[in-house]
Design a protein around this ligand. Structure first.
Ligand code: ADP
Ligand code: ASP
Ligand code: MG
Length: 437
């Protein structure tokens, strides 16, 4: 069984929704994961922010304006008859629900409920559309099987246990449709897998049902060798290993949600990145295979803070790093990059909610310095220990820029550099010219 995920642009208009049947073969048993229509989640975030700030008037204005868009979607997607009425009922239901939330106490719990409406709308409307043209499908409620635990980690076993029985109970059905992004948390409340999370849903479902393949259909022909929004002349990469793709996604390649490769890698489910606007293009195949001895791609992750801990006690000491790491562990703050010298250690984080408390505790070990507004530039490829010349090529490309940290050899796939965010664009372009042009 395959899992096909369509992103926001791929379901961004009634016309695009209708075109999905050029790609989805209703005669093949598969699970189709849909994102919200493009722009919807951003609008829902705005609505939620207004209501969190108790600006009810703005919240209601935004809800009304979004509803107007959906009224038009229904009119175009389901032009007549009973199905038109069904589609309108779906829209009316979700928007009166949003209005009822706006008129009551609004907390971070309701915030998540608001954000979930986009995927609930897109999947239900698409399901009604398929019915209207006589294509049978089953709508699978993601909230019944997608679950994260108390550490916000998805629970693959839970997904398997709750999704498999529904699939087996519908042996004759071929086409299953479900929502990306949304899930329930350990309290049973509605939650989500963070922005861009529909990719993660697809990969998790792929892992949970041991799918033959996961296809991520988007608006570009695969993973490019640099960020196409910043660098001109980028090209798609035909093959990436799971490790290479995981590094790129984690370090900022927006085409994939940061964690979305992990389940596919663990369960060895091939992932294809494909273009809805150009379905015949090869795209990118992420699997255990990839071309050896090559630099594949460059990505950047902004919003990084570097922390330097300087201590003479580190000299010849053992156990120092353990104590430092324990502080980050206590505050559930992942570390991305790390470099050490005899008397200091520098590391980077992007989650800074607990930074004050972390710094207070680190002060017990030595002097602590922070550098905010940093960006990790990640160069990904196959850099086995026997290979040479890659690091010098990378450093040569950015010799005109100040570099705060360099990490090489942590894995055979990644060279990471920490630069000021102001230098991000220049770093990406210079590296591209030196490596790929
Ligand atoms: P979707 O809504 O389908 O999930 P996204 O907007 O999340 O689509 O991801 C696709 C976008 O990712 C592309 O349009 C492109 O601008 C951006 N992107 C950033 N880095 C890369 C990269 N290295 N390769 C391909 N696309 C990238
Ligand atoms: N709709 C969600 C978002 O915009 C999830 C996704 O599109 O992957 O972030
Ligand atoms: Mg996305």
């Amino acid at each position: 069984m395959k899992v096909l995920k369509f992103g926001g642009t791929s379901v961004g208009s009634p016309e695009r929704m209708k075109k999905l049947l050029d790609i989805v073969n209703p005669a093949e048993r598969q699970i189709v994961v849909l994102s919200a229509m493009s722009g919807t989640t951003n609008s829902l975030v705005e609505i939620s922010n207004a209501l969190l700030k108790e600006d009810k008037k703005k919240g209601i204005e935004l809800i009304t304006s979004l509803k107007n868009n959906y009224d038009t979607v229904v009119a175009e997607l389901l032009p007549a008859g009973d199905f038109r009425a069904q589609g309108q009922e779906v829209v009316d239901y979700h928007f009166s629900f949003l209005l009822s939330l706006a008129n009551n106490v609004f907390t971070t719990i309701e915030d998540k409920v608001v954000l979930a409406q986009g995927e609930l709308l897109s999947t239900t409307l698409y399901h009604v559309y398929l019915k209207s043209i006589g294509v049978p499908s089953v709508l699978l409620p993601a909230l019944d099987f997608m679950r994260i635990d108390e550490d916000n980690e998805p629970v693959v076993d839970f997904i398997t246990q709750n999704l498999t029985p529904i699939l087996t109970a519908n042996p004759a059905n071929k086409l299953f449709i479900t929502q990306g992004f949304i899930c329930r948390n350990s309290f049973g409340e509605i939650d989500n897998l963070r922005r861009g999370g529909s990719d993660y849903t697809a990969s998790l479902i792929g892992a949970a049902i041991s799918a033959d393949e996961v296809q991520i259909w988007t608006d570009i022909d695969g993973m490019h060798n640099n960020d196409p929004r910043i660098v001109k002349g980028t090209k798609p990469i035909a093959n990436l290993s799971f490790d290479e793709a995981a590094e790129l996604a984690y370090f900022g390649a927006k085409i994939l949600h940061p964690q979305s490769v992990f389940p596919a890698r663990k369960y060895k489910i091939p992932v294809r990145l494909l273009n809805t606007m150009e379905p015949k293009a090869f795209g990118t195949l992420i699997s255990t295979e990839s071309e050896k001895g090559k630099i594949k791609s460059i990505a950047a992750k902004e919003g990084i803070t570097a922390i330097k801990i300087q201590s003479s006690r580190m000299l010849l000491a053992y156990g120092f790093l353990r104590k430092v790491f324990e502080v980050f562990e206590r505050y559930k703050t992942p570390i991305d990059m790390i470099t050490t010298s005899e008397v200091a250690v520098s590391l980077t984080v992007d989650f800074t909610d607990n930074l004050d408390k972390i710094v207070t505790e680190l002060n017990a070990f030595g002097s602590v310095e922070l550098d905010r507004d940093q960006t990790i530039i990640c160069v990904v490829g196959d850099f086995g220990a026997e290979k040479h010349g890659y690091a010098s090529k990378v450093l040569d490309a950015i010799k005109h820029l100040p570099v705060r940290m360099i990490s090489y050899g942590g894995s055979a796939y990644n060279i990471s550099l920490l630069v000021n965010t102001d230098d991000k664009v220049e770093a990406l372009r210079s590296l591209h010219n030196r490596i790929f042009e």
